[in-house]
Design a protein around this ligand. Sequence first.
Ligand SMILES: *Cc1c(COP(=O)(O)O)cnc(C)c1O
Length: 404
Amino acid sequence: MLDIQKIRADFPILKREVNGKPLIYFDNAATSQTPQVVIDAIVDYYSTYNANIHRGVHTLSQEATDAYEVARKKVQEHFNAKNDYEIILTAGTTHAVNIVATGFTSFLSEDDEIIVSAMEHHSNIVPWQMLCERTGAQLKVIPMTEQGVLKMDVYESLLSDKTKLVFVNHVSNALGTVNPVEFIIEKAHKVGAAVLIDGAQATPHIKPDVQALDVDFYVASAHKLCGPTGVGLLYGKEEWLNKLPPYQGGGDMIDQVTFEKTTYAGLPFKFEAGTPNICGGIAFGVALDYMNSIGFDAIANYEKELLDYATERLKEIEGLRIYGEADEKTAVISFNVGNIHPYDIGTIVDKLGVAVRTGHHCAQPIMDFYKIPGTVRASFAFYNTKEEIDVLVEAVKRAVMMLS
Ligand SMILES: *Cc1c(COP(=O)(O)O)cnc(C)c1O
C-alpha cells in the first residue's frame, strides 16, 4: 500500500493552484512532475560542485565526474544492463533513436526492410523514414486492431531475411497499450534482425530488464520518470554499440586526433561527444532511486486501480468513447465525447484546474486510423488520487453540457 498523501508531499508543484483551483495534473504521459529530492540534487550540483567532467584534475571536476558515473551505474542497475559502458547517456529518447537510425545507414541497402508499428510516436517514425530515404530500404508497418492492439500474425508475416531492424514502442503514449515486446524480440531474432524498443512510455510504470528481454537497443527519457528534461538513455548490447559508428564528432568522444586521422574513444564515450547534461544525468540517477524507493510493483498496482476507476467513471458520460482498450495497458485514457473537439474539452477542464493533453499526441497515424482530429488524454501517475479523477469526470461533464 502506498501512502499517497506522504508521496504527494514530495512534489512541491502539487501544492499550486491553477485558475484558482488546486492543480490536478493528468498529463504525466507528456512529462512527469519532479520530487523535492531531485530538485535538491539539481540545486546541490550547481551550488557546490558544478564543473566539466572527464577532463579536469581539480577537485570539483573529479566530484562531478564521479557523480555522473555513479548515475550511469544507477541507470545500468535499474535496467539490468550487463555493463555500465552499454549505457549511453543521451539528451532523451529522440536523441537515442537518432543515434541508432543514423548509425544503421551504413548497414542497409535497397533490399533491406525495417519494421515499425502503427502506434509509434513521431519521434520514432521520422528517423526511420529518413534512414529509408538515405539507403533505399523499405519501411513496413505492423497494423493494429480497433482496440489498439498490434496484429502479431501480420507482424510474423512481415518478417523475412530482408528484415534488418524492428522498432516498436514498449507502451503507446497515445493509447496506453503494452505491446508484447518479448514475442516481438524473439521473432525478430529468428530472422537475424536487431530490435530497438522505445521505453519512453513504459519506464514510468514498468521496470524493464534488458538482459531478460534480450533486446538489442532500449531507449527512454528521464523526464517521464520524475527526472529532468534533456536527459535519457540509449542502452545497446556491447557488440552492437561497437559496430555502430559515432553519431556526432567532438570533444570527449575521441582517443587521438591528428589532421590525418582520428581514432575514437571506447564505450560509452564514443557516443557522448561534447559536454553532456551533467546535472541532468546526476538528477536522473536520483530520480531512479526515488522511483525504486516507492517500488514499481506498488506503482503498477496503484495505477491500475486509478485506471480502472477512471475508466468506469468516464463511461458514465453519454457519448464518450475511449481509444485504446487493450487488456494490458498503462494508466492512460484517450477519449472523445460525441463530435466535440478535444481542444474545447481541454480548455474548459483547464479552467477547473485539470491538466489533460489534447491533440494528436505526436501520433498522427493513430488519429488517421480512427478518423479523428485528436483525443483528450488523461494520463495518471502514482501521485494522483481517485478524488482527482472525480473532479476530472465532473469537469468533463460540465464541458460537455456547455459544448453540446
Ligand atoms: C515522449 C515519448 C517520446 C519522445 O521522448 P523525448 O523525451 O521527447 O525525446 C518517444 N516515444 C514515446 C512513446 C514517448 O512517449
